[in-house]
Design a protein around this ligand. Sequence first.
Ligand SMILES: Nc1ncnc2c1ncn2[C@@H]1O[C@H](COP(=O)(O)OP(=O)(O)O)[C@@H](O)[C@H]1O
Ligand SMILES: [Mg+2]
Length: 330
Amino acid sequence: MSDDAISELLIGSSPALRRIRALIAKVAPTGLPVLIQGPTGSGKELVARAIHVASGLSGAFVAFNVCAIAEPLFEAALFGHVRGAFTGALTSARGLLAEADQGTAFFDEIGGLPLGNQAKLLRAIELRQFRPVGARADLHSAFRTVAATNEDLTALVEAGRMRADLAHRLAGIVIDVPPLADRPEDIPVLARHFAHLAARERGGIAELTRGAIEELLAYPWPGNVRELRHTIERAVVLAGRVGLRREDVVAALQGPRQRARGAAGDLAARRALINVLEASQWDTARAAERLGWHRATVYRRMKRLGIEVPVRPSSGSPSVDSQRLRTEAS
Ligand SMILES: Nc1ncnc2c1ncn2[C@@H]1O[C@H](COP(=O)(O)OP(=O)(O)O)[C@@H](O)[C@H]1O
Ligand SMILES: [Mg+2]
């Protein structure tokens, strides 16, 4: 795969992103285990996928969240099982490692892997060999190992929560993905990218004003790229168009920056939320769905912004609330 293809997948113009893309191009063909470190939402899984694509392997990319599975089921999920291996095993099943043959096995949130399973995983990774539950012989699978963590594995080793040999084995090459706030150059590029995706879905021309970009740059992004993506998607819904202005971004931000903005931001947020509520016939469940919020968040925001459901739901004629708002806003 060319470097161009990696840049198409992993958007960003910061020095950090350039370094990551160059590292991916270098390590992908080697087959060494790769450990990707970074906070939640920073793009670790996307980096893992880029490694898989860049490696040109013919097999599948199989992602496995190692702490999402209860300890007794771990072996069956990873290694598979034979028919009758345990109650309910009516047929045999291939495990994830067999699925990843000739491809990439991605172990996500590796820091959360219970100690009891770590030795089993280490053996499977080292030998690329494992025994399905209830089987009499080992299976072989030629998978490439990529793992991700948002915790410092060295600290986990020191705290006795991770085996040193496993941590060592996984970290053949380490790729650090910094938090989004530490690479502000990526914010406008990524925002435009997500706006374009939204525009492609809805039709229309994606555009972000300079004010909109300023708001995005001023925000701390605790949820990193994932939060940026959701914010842009929400802003498009709230604004009802793909061209985004400062107030659209302010209305869509959910963190402290929004609160700090005071009256002007509140007015924009209020108008935007009323628009969505009206479009949903004041059905808060539907509004919540459109915004990707919990319904409780819609209620909380309505309360904070002083929005009340009109006595007679608006059908055609604008509600009292939005009339009053229009007067305020003009
Ligand atoms: N550099 C990037 N370019 C394009 N999209 C990105 C980038 N980094 C992250 N994303 C997107 O942000 C979201 C979160 O990324 P993900 O890889 O799942 O993060 P993590 O695994 O670190 O929690 C996904 O929708 C992903 O496609
Ligand atoms: Mg992830």
